[in-house]
Design a protein around this ligand. Sequence first.
Ligand code: SF4
Length: 197
Amino acid sequence: MNIMAETITVSDVIEHLFCPRFTYFQYCLNIAQMEEKRFKVRIGRELHEKKEKTNTRYLRKKLGVVLKNSEAYLSSDKYKVRGVVDEVLQLNDGTYAPLDYKFAEFKKSTYRTYKYQSVIYGLLIKENYNADVKKGFICYIRSNNLVKEINFTKRDFDYAIRLIDEILSIVQKGFYPKATSHKMRCIDCCYRRICLG
Ligand code: SF4
């Protein structure tokens, strides 16, 4: 994280959602995660070469897409976050929406990390395109490109903004955050030897 720039990345938010102490170890103590142990926090890098397989014409029709902007780097001084959105879609009702590809199967519901990643992309699109953003889409490549829609509420946007503030606060003030309540996540965590439980 470039603290000087006072923005965080969308990936930082996802890792923080997984466990707030990741933020502390990485950015207050400067202890990077070991790449081979980046357990369960996948930021989707393995799927980039898979995206071409998606039937874009089908998606365009099904979702009512008017315009598409791929691999859009967006940054927000207002929300203090930045990231690359797989696709920014303009829909036929005039609103915009992020579409994110996951090299994953859809299992019953959308993961919280996926949801808030999409919500933050929504915030970035709102500011950069000066557009209304009401929903986002996730394409699950391993479920035959199943596309799931997530409707965004004001509460979702407010929570995402609070998360970003919380991360910046840990980075700037250096306080030790609470551990994840999901203790199973600690089993394979690369920080388990230094984490105080
Ligand atoms: S050991 Fe558990 S609480 Fe500590 S950083 Fe890892 S996941 Fe979080």
